[in-house]
Design a protein around this ligand. Structure first.
Ligand code: NOJ
Ligand code: MG
Length: 535
C-alpha cells in the first residue's frame, strides 16, 4: 500500500488478534488449549479477517503466572505441544497470509529458570548479577519499600545467600538486572532465535518495568490510595518503573528486529499519554507500537473519550503510528465493563479509529466475564489478594465455538469453567445470525480492509455534545463519518458547519445499511453508524 512516498506496513494497516493459548482450543483433551488447537482455528481467524495473531506465552514454565514465568525462553511447554508443532503452526499462519507475534517476557524469569538457579546458588556465581540482589538494611528489613504488583513486598529473602532479590510480580518471577550487558545479550539472542524461525514480532511484557532506579530509592506514597485498591497502589512506582535508561534498552531491542524484514515491537506499557509516547523513541527508534490502553481505563463517556483521542493524536511523535486496545487477558472484558449493547459501539470505535486495533479473543462474539467460584480461582493475582475482586480468570475463560459440550473448546475437563451462555453465544451460532456481534465484527473488519480511509486515512474530530462521539476518516476522495451514541437515549446528530449528505454503510445493529442521510441523522441509544459522505 503506497501513498505518496509513504509505505504502510502490515502492522500499521492490519488488525491484531490476541490468542490466550490456554483458552483458545484444546486439541488433545487435557482441558488446556494448545498449538494444534490454534492451528485448527486458523481458518476461522482467516474468515474473520484479522491480519496477525499475538499468542500469549507458550514457553516452558512452572505456570505460577500462567506462562509469564518462563523457565526456558527457546522452548515450547509440553502442555502446548512441541517445537515441531510450533514450526508447523507458524508455517500455516504464513501460508494463510497472516503474521504471528510472540510474547516476550524480558523483565523477569521463573525462579526455576537455570539462570536464576545459578544466580541464587552463591554470591560469587557469575550469574549473581543477572538478577537484582541486595543486602538487608541493618535491622534486617527489605532494601527499600518497593511493592510487588501481585501483593506484598517486592523483595524476597534468600536464606542461603543472605540477600534479598527483587520481583515486580510474584516471588516466583525474579526480575532480571537489565543493567548487566550479559543479560541484554542473552535476551537479544532469544529474540534472534524466534526471528530466525520467521516470527513477525514481539509483544514485550511490562516494557516500562525493565530498568529500575540505580540507587533503588524508596517510592513515594500515593495520596489517592484507598483500601479497596490493590496494595501495590499504596505507592507511586516513581523509582521502580519508567526510568530514563529504559529507552536505550528499547532502542537496542529495536536494532535486533530491524536486522530482519518488517518485524514489529509492541510494548506493554501502562502509562499516561505523555509518558507513553516517549516509548516511540527518538526519531522513531523505539517501539513500533507502545500499546495504547486508554480505552481499557476510560469511563464509557463520549466527551472524555473524544478528548483523549485528540490528546493522543496530538501527542504522537512525528511518524509515530497509533494503536488501540479494547481488551486483554489482564482486564475485565469490554462487554462486562460497559455492557453488551455498548460493546458493539466500542467495536465500531476500535475498528474505525486511526491506528492498529488489537482485539482480544472472544470479544468478537460478545463474551463477558465469567464468575468463577472462589474455590476454582486460578489466577495468582486473585488468590494473593482475596476479597478485592482482582482475579483475571473471568476474562480468560474458554473460547465458545459451538453448542456442543464445553462449547467445543475441549473433550476433557476445561482448566477454567466455560460460560453458561455458550449455547447462544458461540461462533457457529453467530455465524448463522445476520445481526450477531460476530457478524458486526466481521463487517467492520471487512469494511476496514476495503476502505483505506479507515485503515490509513486521516482522523478528523467532529464537534459534538453529550453522549455523541463523532469523527471523520478521510483518504483521497473518500470521506467517512462515524457517529457513535454512547448513551441510552436516541439522539439527533446535526453537524454545526458542514452539510450532511450521504449513505449509511454500516451500523452497529446491522439494520440501517443503504439508508440515505440528509442533513439530520438520528442515532439511537447505544448505536453507532458509519456514513459515506457525498462530495
Ligand atoms: C503483564 C502480563 O500481561 C500479565 O498477564 C502478567 O501477569 C504480568 N505482565 C507479569 O508478567
Ligand atoms: Mg491441550
Amino acid at each position: 500500500m503506497a501513498v505518496g512516498n509513504e509505505q504502510y506496513l502490515w502492522w500499521q494497516s492490519g488488525i491484531i488478534y490476541q490468542v490466550y493459548p490456554r483458552s483458545f482450543q484444546d486439541s488433545d483433551g487435557d482441558g488446556i488449549g494448545d498449538l494444534n488447537g490454534i492451528k485448527q482455528r486458523l481458518e476461522y481467524l482467516q474468515w474473520l479477517g484479522v491480519d496477525a495473531i499475538w499468542i500469549s506465552p507458550i514457553y516452558p514454565s512452572p505456570m505460577a503466572d500462567f506462562g509469564y514465568d518462563i523457565s526456558d525462553y527457546t522452548g515450547i511447554h509440553e502442555l502446548f505441544g512441541t517445537m515441531a508443532d510450533f514450526d508447523d503452526l507458524l508455517q500455516e499462519v504464513h501460508a494463510r497470509g497472516m503474521k504471528m507475534i510472540l510474547d516476550l517476557v524480558p523483565n523477569h524469569t521463573s525462579n526455576k529458570h537455570p539462570w536464576f538457579l545459578e544466580s541464587r546458588s552463591s554470591k560469587d556465581n557469575p550469574k549473581r548479577d543477572w538478577y537484582i540482589w541486595e543486602d538487608a538494611k541493618p535491622d534486617g528489613s527489605e532494601p527499600n519499600n518497593w511493592l510487588a504488583m501481585f501483593g506484598g513486598s517486592g523483595w524476597e529473602w534468600d536464606e542461603k545467600t543472605e540477600q534479598y532479590y527483587y520481583h515486580a510480580f510474584l516471588k516466583e518471577q525474579p526480575d532480571l538486572n537489565w543493567r548487566n550487558p550479559d543479560v541484554q545479550k542473552a535476551m537479544f539472542d532469544v529474540m534472534r532465535f524466534w526471528l530466525d524461525k520467521g516470527v513477525d514480532g514481539f509483544r514485550v511484557d511490562v516494557m516500562w518495568h525493565m530498568i529500575k532506579d540505580e540507587k533503588l530509592r524508596d517510592n513515594p506514597p500515593n495520596p489517592d490510595y484507598k483500601p479497596e485498591m490493590a496494595t501495590y497502589e499504596k505507592l507511586i512506582p516513581a523509582y521502580s518503573t519508567d526510568q530514563p535508561e529504559i529507552h536505550h534498552i528499547v532502542q537496542e531491542m529495536r536494532k535486533v528486529v530491524d536486522a530482519y524484514k518488517e518485524r514489529v515491537i509492541i510494548g506493554e506499557i501502562y502509562l499516561p499519554i505523555h509518558k507513553l509516547v516517549t516509548y516511540y523513541g527518538k526519531n522513531g527508534n523505539g517501539a513500533h507500537l507502545p500499546f495504547n490502553f486508554m480505552l481499557l481505563n476510560l469511563p464509557w463517556n463520549a466527551q472524555k473519550i473524544g478528548a483523549h483521542i485528540n490528546e493522543y493524536e496530538g501527542a504522537l511523535p512525528e511518524g509515530g503510528w497509533p494503536n488501540w486496545v479494547l481488551g486483554n487477558h489482564d482486564k475485565s472484558r469490554i462487554g462486562t465493563r460497559i455492557g453488551i449493547e455498548e460493546a458493539r459501539v466500542a467495536a465500531m470505535l476500535l475498528l474505525t479509529l486511526r491506528g492498529t486495533p488489537t482485539m482480544y479473543y472472544g470479544d468478537e462474539i460478545g463474551m463477558t466475564d465469567v464468575t468463577i467460584p472462589e474455590d476454582e480461582i486460578q489466577d495468582p493475582q486473585g488468590l494473593n489478594m482475596p476479597g478485592l475482586n482482582l482475579s483475571r480468570d473471568p476474562a480468560r475463560t474458554p473460547m465458545q465455538w459451538n453448542t456442543s459440550n464445553n462449547a467445543g473448546f475441549t473433550n476433557g475437563t476445561p482448566w477454567l469453567r466455560v460460560a453458561d451462555n455458550y449455547t447462544n453465544l458461540n461462533v457457529e451460532t453467530e455465524q448463522q445470525d445476520k445481526e450477531s456481534a460476530l457478524e458486526l465484527y466481521k463487517q467492520l473488519i471487512q469494511l476496514r480492509k476495503a476502505e483505506q480511509a479507515l485503515s490509513i486515512g486521516e482522523y478528523i474530530p467532529v464537534q459534538t455534545e453529550g453522549d455523541l462521539l463523532a469523527y471523520r476518516r478521510e483518504h483521497e476522495n473518500t470521506n467517512l463519518l462515524i457517529v457513535l451514541n454512547l448513551g441510552d437515549k436516541d439522539t439527533m446528530f446535526t453537524p454545526e458547519h458542514a452539510t450532511l449528505k450521504g449513505q449509511i454503510i454500516l451500523d452497529t445493529n446491522l439494520k440501517r445499511r443503504t439508508e440515505q442521510v440528509n442533513d439530520k441523522l438520528e442515532v439511537r441509544a447505544n448505536e453507532g453508524v458509519i456514513v459515506r459522505l457525498k462530495g
